[in-house]
Design a protein around this ligand. Structure first.
Ligand SMILES: [Zn+2]
Ligand SMILES: [Zn+2]
Length: 369
C-alpha cells in the first residue's frame, strides 16, 4: 500500500467518458511551449519521474479515506512539463493510462473482466494531461507474457505482501481491440485468472500450453495407474526444448565412475588418487536440483504465485539434461538460478502446495504435466 503520503486533489473524470476534463490543463499549443522537466515532488515527500508507473486517486474518492490499492487508477508518466504562473512552477504530466478490466468491459462488450486478476490492468493507447496534484504514489507494474517460459516473478496476487500491478494485454481504445486476443490456451479457452485458477503447463515446444487443473480433471486427462516415482520421472523427462521425452531411464543404472572423494584411499591405482565406484549418473546430481526438475509446472496464487514455478523448473530440467549428457557440469550458481530466483519454488519448499497435484497428462502429447 502507498506510504504515508496524504492524498491530495482528485483527478477529473477519466478520458474514457470525455477526454481531458482536467480543469486548467494546458492546451496542446501551450503544452508544446512548456519546459520539459525530468521529475517532480509532491508534499516534499514522494518523488515522481518520467517513465514511472504511478497510482492516482480515482474521481469521487475521498483523499482522507482512500480506497484499496486495486481500486486506484494506474498510469505511466510519459512526459512532465512546467509552465510558470505568478513566479510559481505549474507542473503537468502526460499520462498513458492502464485501463481496469471493468473499464475495458465498458468499451468492449465481449471482454470478460472476471477472468482478470484483481491487480491486472490493460495498457491503453489513451493519454491525458493531468496535474501533478493527482499523483498518489509510485507503484510497480510488470508485463506478463504467458508464453514466456523465462518470465520473471511478478508480485501481483491477492496473497502477495508487497503487491503491484501487472498487464498482459494492450488496448487500442478507439478501435476497441485487445492484443493478444483475450482467449486462454486451455481446452475451455477461458483466460487465466491468477487469483482463482491453478494452471499446468506442457513445456514441449509444439504443445507449450497452459491448462486449468479443473478442466483436465473433468476431462479425465489423468494417468490411471502410476507410482509417485514413475510420475516424477515422466515430469523430469518432459523437455522444454524438444518434443521427444528426455531418456531419463538411460541414466538410472549404476555405471563405473571415479569417486568424487579426493585423497588417496585404498585401491587407488598408480598414485592418481582416484578410486572407482558404481553409481547411476542421476544419483550424482544434487537432490534438491532433481526435486525441482521433477515438479509439475504450475501457476496460480494458490500454488505459489502469478507466474508460478515455470522459470525455476525449466532451468532445473535444462541443467539436469546438460549434466547427464556430459555437455556441461552442474554450474556452481545453480541454486540461485533455480530455487532462490523463483518465488513459487521457495514457497513450495516453505509451506507445501495447497493441495496435491493429481497425475495429469497433456491432452495433446499425453506427457505428464
Ligand atoms: Zn480450462
Ligand atoms: Zn504436451
Amino acid at each position: 500500500m502507498p506510504r504515508k503520503h496524504r492524498f491530495r486533489l482528485t483527478m477529473p473524470k477519466k478520458s474514457l467518458v470525455q477526454r481531458n476534463r482536467n480543469a486548467g490543463a494546458p492546451s496542446d499549443a501551450e503544452w508544446e511551449r512548456m519546459e520539459v522537466i525530468a521529475a517532480f515532488q509532491v508534499d516534499d515527500e514522494q518523488k515522481f519521474k518520467k517513465g514511472d508507473f504511478a497510482i492516482l486517486l480515482p474521481d469521487m474518492a475521498d483523499p482522507d479515506n482512500p480506497p484499496r490499492l486495486h481500486e486506484f487508477w494506474v498510469g505511466i508518466l510519459r512526459d512532465i512539463r512546467a509552465r510558470h504562473i505568478h513566479g510559481e512552477n505549474d507542473v503537468w504530466v502526460r499520462v498513458q493510462w492502464f485501463y481496469s478490466p471493468d473499464d475495458v468491459k465498458s468499451l468492449i462488450k465481449s471482454f470478460d473482466a472476471s477472468t482478470c486478476g484483481r491487480y491486472e490492468r490493460v495498457l491503453s493507447d489513451d493519454f491525458t494531461i493531468v496535474s501533478l496534484t493527482c499523483f498518489s504514489d509510485v507503484i510497480s507494474v510488470k508485463e506478463y507474457v504467458e508464453s514466456n517460459i523465462d518470465q520473471e516473478d511478478i508480485y501481483a496476487c491477492e496473497r502477495d505482501q508487497d503487491t503491484g500491478f501487472f498487464y498482459r494485454y494492450d488496448l487500442e481504445h478507439r478501435a476497441r481491440t485487445i492484443n493478444p486476443k483475450h482467449i486462454g490456451t486451455c481446452l475451455c479457452s477461458i483466460p487465466y485468472n491468477p487469483d482463482k485458477d491453478i494452471m499446468h503447463l506442457c513445456p514441449h515446444p509444439s504443445c507449450r500450453r497452459w491448462y486449468h487443473r479443473t478442466c483436465l480433471v473433468i476431462r479425465g486427462s489423468i494417468e490411471s495407474k502410476v507410482t509417485k516415482r514413475e510420475r516424477e520421472d515422466s515430469l523430469l523427462s518432459s523437455s522444454p526444448d524438444s518434443d521427444e521425452p528426455f531418456p531419463v531411464a538411460a541414466y538410472q543404472h549404476p555405471v563405473p565412475m571415479p569417486s568424487p572423494k579426493k585423497g588417496r584411499g585404498p585401491g587407488t591405482g598408480r598414485g592418481k588418487g582416484k578410486s572407482i565406484v558404481h553409481v547411476s549418473p542421476l544419483a550424482t546430481l544434487p537432490e534438491d536440483l532433481l526435486e525441482t526438475a521433477r515438479l509439475p509446472i504450475v501457476k496460480g496464487a494458490k500454488v505459489g504465485g502469478l507466474v508460478g514455478n515455470v522459470r525455476g523448473v525449466v532451468a532445473a530440467r535444462r541443467i539436469v539434461y546438460a549434466a547427464l549428457e556430459g555437455r556441461e557440469p552442474v554450474p556452481k550458481g545453480w541454486r540461485e538460478k533455480v530455487i532462490d530466483g523463483c518465488k513459487a519454488i521457495r514457497e513450495e519448499a516453505a509451506y507445501g502446495w495447497e493441495d496435491e497435484a493429481p497425475p495429469l497428462k497433456c491432452p495433446q502429447c499425453q506427457g505428464a504435466i
